[in-house]
Design a protein around this ligand. Structure first.
Ligand SMILES: [Zn+2]
Length: 293
């Protein structure tokens, strides 16, 4: 899921965030200084985030347009996700799936073919309305709040959602609450252990263009950037056991759908993708983590 970057005109002090929300171990070191924001990194868990988290409280959850732009790649993406889910939590032991940020519910429909019983939540009213017509009862408007009963879910999934949250620690607290002991958390996010990240991170220290999203973080958009190390620390501190971490590249059709990209840049992107796969330094990861009793 992608969001539209917030308006930048009025920097609001209330969005300042100097401490890691996961560790509370003091101020995060400044990794990159931009003209209008900082990128901080926690010495404890290595998560990176924007300070301030947002420039304003303008929030556009209605990303149906972006979702439809990248719809062609979804079948392949959902196939990858299903294969990982079935290895980690097969429907015989984990029959119910709740997906947060599910848009039209395409993943849930794919999961149903394998025997899962799915239910989805989204904050896009147009996506919820669309799902109500095509798959009645599948998708509800809402978040993972008190309406989902404690220990009621076998699998909780969120694909490319948590990096957009300004309180991801609260999401994980709810995830732990709604999953039953032995339940499985399945997340997909951009990651730091990526060839793109390593190259752009060093470049970003030199060229401080405020518009740049070189390393994939920007206030109000991708607010947090996680990684293998971050997830292991953050989740073990919250009574989850990471059971798998798998690299995954953003589909080329999704990258190329976003804008007109010059031929030379396309060649570079394809080359990077091949290199990322060969070195196992893809730009995203899918993790599974079991809620311990
Ligand atoms: Zn931390």
């Amino acid at each position: 899921m992608a969001t539209t970057p917030d308006q930048e005109s009025s920097a609001a002090p209330s969005f300042a965030q100097s401490e890691c929300v996961f560790c509370a171990r003091g101020e995060g070191a400044v990794a990159i200084t931009r003209p209008k924001f900082l990128v901080r990194r926690c010495s404890q868990c290595a998560v990176m985030w924007c300070d301030p988290l947002r420039f304003s409280d303008v929030f556009n959850p209605d990303n149906e347009e972006a979702y439809l732009e990248t719809h062609d790649a979804l079948d392949g993406e959902n196939q990858d996700r299903i294969e990982i889910l079935m290895r980690a939590a097969p429907p015989s032991t984990h029959p119910t799936v709740l997906e947060v940020g599910c848009m039209h519910g395409d993943f849930l429909l794919r999961a149903a073919k394998e025997g899962y019983r799915g239910r989805g939540l989204d904050l896009s009213q147009t996506a919820v309305d669309h799902a109500a017509k095509t798959s009645p009862g599948l998708v509800e408007y809402g978040t993972l709040d008190e309406r989902v009963a404690d220990a009621s879910v076998d699998v909780l999934a969120a694909f490319n959602v948590i990096e957009h949250m300004d309180a991801p620690h609260e999401f994980l607290a709810h995830a732990h609450r709604v999953l039953r002991p032995g339940g499985m958390l399945v997340l997909e996010t951009p990651r730091q252990e990526s060839i793109f990240h390593h190259i752009m991170f060093s470049r970003g220290r030199i060229f401080t263009n405020d518009k740049s999203v070189d390393i994939g973080v920007y206030p109000g958009s991708h607010i947090f950037k996680f990684g293998n190390r971050a997830w292991r620390t953050i989740l073990s501190d919250r009574d989850f056991e990471v059971t798998s971490l798998q690299g995954k590249s953003t589909p080329l059709s999704q990258l190329f759908a976003k804008q007109k990209i010059p031929f030379a840049t396309r060649v570079a992107i394809v080359s990077f993708n091949v290199l990322a796969k060969a070195t196992r330094l893809e730009n995203r990861l899918i993790l599974t983590a079991c809620r311990t009793p």
